[in-house]
Design a protein around this ligand. Sequence first.
Ligand SMILES: Cc1ncc(C[n+]2csc(CCOP(=O)(O)OP(=O)(O)O)c2C)c(N)n1
Ligand code: SF4
Ligand SMILES: [Mg+2]
Length: 287
Amino acid sequence: MSKRIITPVKEFEEYLPQEYKDLVNNGPFFNQKSAADLGTFKEIIEQHPHCAGCGVSLGMRIALASLPDPANTLIVGTPGCSFFGLAQTALNYSNTAFGNQNAVASGLKRMLQIRYPDQYKDVVVMVGDGGIADIGLEYTLHSWFRREKITTVMLDNEVYGNTGGQESGMSAEGKVLNMAPTGKKFPKIPVFEMAKATGCVYAAKTTVASPKKIEKAIREAILTAREIGPTYIQLYTPCPTNLKFASDQTVKVAKDAERGHYTFEEYQSEEAAQYLKKLKENGGGHK
Ligand SMILES: Cc1ncc(C[n+]2csc(CCOP(=O)(O)OP(=O)(O)O)c2C)c(N)n1
Ligand code: SF4
Ligand SMILES: [Mg+2]
């Protein structure tokens, strides 16, 4: 994949806003960044549509800054609060019809493997909890059953943020939401456990209060998916607008969740653990 796709046509360059040029010249494309570099480079266009204090935006930004090889990564999204932001980064991005993301990502990965047999091309699905646990659950599970070598990242804000606060399968039991006035009647869908049971060789669960854990998980999940099999990361990305907390409390809400229903968990299959160990011994992988 080439930087040409995001480079402005010469004749139009002078008309483009400075921030777009900054995004192309100082964005993550071809630059190995880390979560610690956030704030020092252009990640996303400033007029992005996320609310103040948006946990999805924060999770997405940390995850994107942690990609092991941005120029050779294809991000696959679907409708939801993340997809507006994802489309405004200087990364390869493909959108899908709501819920279809893992089916589309499977095809794209296979196509890239055929087109570039000697190169790694990382395909990373990055979508909301509704996109994975509700409408896209069947496609997600089947991509794992088929052992597609893709990474799936759930930005779990426990609600349909983008459409005004409907309950999602990942909402907490009993949670009263804009459109669940008497509270949700069943527990969170155990997607993390399902990932392990259906073929994911690496899975991690963490929150936006732990950027270093996100960075390690993203790198290890993507590197493992190159050789071993499907990988899954579930990030708690709370939504102040629909979960109704103050927009400066997002990290606190996430931190509190780490002591409750979102404690850190990581799973590696035997094969994945061996692979990551070898990568580290050879100087690759996450330090
Ligand atoms: C087939 C289809 N059904 C419904 C919608 C409407 N829709 C768009 S985003 C969304 C909910 C997204 O929720 P989630 O995946 O949790 O993402 P969030 O907005 O919370 O980040 C829905 C129902 C759609 N775009 N397409
Ligand atoms: S509705 Fe929630 S998830 Fe969506 S942009 Fe606003 S804060 Fe973020
Ligand atoms: Mg959601």
